[in-house]
Design a protein around this ligand. Structure first.
Ligand code: HEM
Length: 174
């Protein structure tokens, strides 16, 4: 029994489910609900970002998924053997992994700072008595729109990753 591989697969798949599932949920349900709620939606978004360390949990799950994925990749490709990488199995896992890494970069460069900025503006508004200025409203609206588009892009990338990961090992006729 290969305990190392089992542990890596558990970390990889559990964190992948949390990360990709969270992004699908945000894109399909949470963000549309927030957008449909007008100004109240902004409050929900701020509360979401402050609940149970939302951004930290999502970033940690994505990071662990990728680290475990890269270790599995090293193992399954026998230390990056070109023969495996160019097989249908290898090409499909490589493509899925690369798309997930692009989604990760989008998440940490756009969503994470965006959510943190919304939280900061929300705290400033609360400290100033609860009434946002026009420029605060405009900035939050533009960040929310950017997060919505970026989350949709991440959801598409991660859906392709999940399909690649699910199918890869059967493409060599194993
Ligand atoms: C949200 C992103 C991801 C999800 C949901 C995901 C999901 C999965 C799943 C369910 C498997 C099991 C497939 C099977 O046993 O047939 C798997 C395997 C694998 N994943 Fe991912 N994965 C993700 C990202 C990545 C990344 C970024 C890499 C890095 C290159 C990667 C590398 C691998 C490798 C090498 C395997 C094969 C392991 C084996 O057959 O033992 N994955 N992945």
């Amino acid at each position: 029994m290969n305990t190392y591989i089992i542990i890596l697969r558990l970390i990889h798949i559990l964190c992948g489910v949390l990360w990709a599932g969270g992004i699908f949920m945000l894109h399909l349900f949470v963000i549309p609900a927030i957008n449909a709620s007008g100004p109240e939606g902004g409050k929900v978004m701020r509360q979401l970002s402050a609940t149970n360390h939302f951004t930290t949990v999502m970033t940690s799950a994505a990071t662990l998924n990728i680290i475990a994925g890269l270790l599995l990749y090293w193992n399954i490709s026998n230390g990056l053997s070109p023969e495996w990488i160019h097989s249908p199995y290898g090409t499909t896992v490589t493509m899925g992994g690369l798309l997930a890494i692009v989604a990760y970069i989008l998440g940490i460069t756009i969503n994470r700072p965006g959510v943190n900025r919304i939280t900061k503006i929300g705290n400033d508004i609360a400290a100033a008595g609860g009434k946002p200025t026009e420029s605060q409203v405009a900035e939050m609206t533009s960040i929310r729109a950017r997060i919505a588009v970026n989350t949709r892009n991440m959801a598409v990338l991660l859906a392709i990753t999940v399909a690649c990961m699910a199918a890869a090992r059967y493409l060599n006729g194993v």
